[in-house]
Design a protein around this ligand. Structure first.
Ligand code: ZN
Length: 315
């Protein structure tokens, strides 16, 4: 069993993170990316978790698409309403409002109430875990122990002009530096006497804490497809050798290519064609499925919730 998820970030969300005012017109590639992704997952017999953004769930243009994701048997989870990767800077009341609004909108659009959450940009707010617990959530998946996060952040924001305030908001984009040293295995956050919540971190290379989910494999593939495939295989084998069940995350740009004209050429790995990107993603799903059964995070969480896992104190 290996938990697999999709963070369904739309074009506007990436523009917003880069401080590009064009985000306000809400450009989208979901109508192109989602059917492609559903077909691919279906072909591999995979049912996983889709972390949806509340603002997208509220849009009429996505109604049919989001209903189709749920009807395909995938878990529906919460990825915040506004998709601002500085959730850790929200006031507690504003965070609660965003999550509740997102929860209600996603549940209405898909007829499926989320029990899992992932913060945009792997942001982890101090009041997040108690809040999810109060909302009856089963797990959080906002942590990505990634020692390359500062490098990835600089690449993502290259050529972008931001005010000092905007820079401060994005200082933890991709996860805080401290998170880089956290565990890649599941654990419980303890935040009060007898109150705990399961954390399922995104898995990075055991021992090295370098990511190997498809966005990074695509970025590496733009330099060398052979190197990208070798690195991914090595990471999966390292998980096998160390008894780690990898939790990987797919993003829509992982199946979009230079020839799709989707407006996200600023992302790493977008010099590859759509066919190459899909072949690379297929390779990863095939390799993962050779050693593990990819499942939704909810299924994984249900298996883990009554087991003895390490306990960490929530900051
Ligand atoms: Zn996201």
């Amino acid at each position: 069993m290996a938990p697999l998820s999709v963070d369904l970030d739309d074009h506007w969300a990436y523009l917003r993170t880069r401080g590009d005012r064009n985000w306000e017109s809400a450009p989208s590639y979901l109508q192109l990316a989602v059917p492609r992704l559903l077909t691919l997952l279906e072909r591999h017999g995979i049912r996983c978790t889709f972390f949806l953004v509340g603002k997208d769930a509220a849009m009429d243009r996505n109604r049919e698409l989001f209903a189709r994701i749920a009807a395909s048997g995938h878990e529906i989870a919460n990825h915040s309403f506004e998709h601002e990767p500085w959730l850790h800077l929200y006031r507690p009341g504003d965070l609660a409002d965003d999550l509740r609004r997102s929860h209600d909108t996603i549940a209405a659009a898909t007829s499926s109430a989320p029990v899992g959450f992932r913060g945009p940009g792997y942001s982890l707010a101090p009041t997040l875990v108690p809040l999810l617990h109060r909302m009856g959530y089963l797990y959080d998946a906002s942590v990505c122990p990634n020692l390359l996060a500062p490098v990835a952040r600089n690449l993502y924001l290259r050529g972008v002009h931001l005010t000092p305030e905007q820079m401060a908001q994005r200082r933890q984009l991709g996860g805080s530096f401290l998170n880089g040293f956290g565990s890649i295995r599941p654990y419980f956050w303890r935040f009060a006497e007898n109150a705990r919540l399961l954390e399922i971190p995104v898995t990075t290379f055991p021992g090295l804490k370098i990511p190997f989910h498809p966005s990074y494999i695509g970025a590496l593939g733009a330099t060398s497809l052979a190197l990208a495939r070798t690195y991914f295989s090595a990471a999966v084998l390292a998980c096998r050798a160390t008894g780690v069940r990898p939790s990987l995350v797919i993003h829509p740009p992982d199946i979009l290519g230079a020839d799709d004209d989707s407006g996200i050429g600023f992302l790493s790995g977008m010099s590859l064609s759509a066919v190459r990107k899909m072949e690379l993603l297929e390779f990863q799903l095939r390799t993962l499925s050779r050693y593990y059964t990819p499942v939704a995070l909810r299924n994984y969480a249900r298996e883990l919730r009554d087991t003895a896992l390490p306990v960490r104190t929530h900051p």
